[in-house]
Ligand binder design. Sequence first.
Ligand code: ADP
Ligand code: MG
Length: 380
Amino acid sequence: MLDINSFNSDVIIDSPGRINLIGEHIDYNGGLVLPAAIDKKITFRFRKNNSETCEILSSNFKSSFKLDLKDISRSETEWQNYILGVVYHINVLKPGSVKGFDCIIESNLPLGSGISSSAALECGMAKGLNELFDIGLTDLQMIKLSRDAEHTFVGTKCGIMDQFAVVKGKENNLILLDCDTLEYKLIPADFSPYTVVLLNTNVSHSLASSEYNVRRDECNTALAAIQKKYPRYSSLAEIEPSVIEEFKQILPEKVFNRALYASQEHRRTLEAVQCLEANDLTGFGDCLYRSHNGLQHMYEVSCKELDFLVDFSKKFDDVLGARMMGGGFGGCTINLILEEKVEEFIENAKAAYQEKFDLDLSPIIIKISNGVSKIESDAR
Ligand code: ADP
Ligand code: MG
């Protein structure tokens, strides 16, 4: 196994996790989302090794594997597929560009908590190889090939938001991203005197990837049915809720609910941004609560621990809004809390959560930070 202490890096990369303020399960429905990169991250150390065999070590898993550049195929071990997929897809775009390398990965991102450790892993890998071998990939190529790696090697049919936020994040800014056109606008993340806090349920979202793909299928079913009558639509997000209502008796109930949620959530993202720009934080918080309500009852990707935390926060005037964040079935809630009351709220929430579920609640204090970046080796 690679020796962490004697490893001399040619390139060091920091690859952040991401939050998403609102616009959940919307990226693959062609709508607006509002993510940002954060200061929790995966650090990658790369070196060239002048051979055909590469070794990659995850310090968190205390596990490493070797890959043969001449024969890249899926592994039985899930985490290896994120790496293999990225190398494979770089090779599709730029054949022969990846040469022998070794890499050590170290992370302070909680896994499977909706903060997108997966996109951090993919995009950090892509950025590192791009720098190490001067491959000349653009940001958009790295974003797309990382997404493709997750589709083809891991099997999660994710949208593009996570990879986009991880690569394009800007300190103190949110990214209002149109997932249809990939046009985006930076929105200053000014919540003062409130702040964003994550609460990790420590419930692992094991259902997430299978149910995720089911939601995608349900949305495709709804869109196909609506397109038969209205061929002009190309995504659920763009369809007015009133048009979706016309299909209430036609679509199966669950499928109808998924479609209506997607249409509403897309519009809610726009409403939330308008609130933020007008400094109406109460209105913004209300959008978060309504988003959770839709995710809980219409999209059905929440769980009892997430619902409990969101309901609990409603009892506190100092919390303006809360919702589950990420794919669902566990992971974190995102909360907008009066900064001077954060500690008090966390204490209360931890105690109530412990009593209800006999589980620890882990607060994650975040700063909105830059996207994936090369760190000067001698800065360490
Ligand atoms: P999320 O993206 O919300 O964190 P996912 O289930 O999409 O959750 O991705 C988590 C997976 O990413 C892990 O199960 C693991 O396979 C991989 N992963 C994330 N961080 C690391 C790491 N530091 N080392 C190895 N694999 C990792
Ligand atoms: Mg993920």
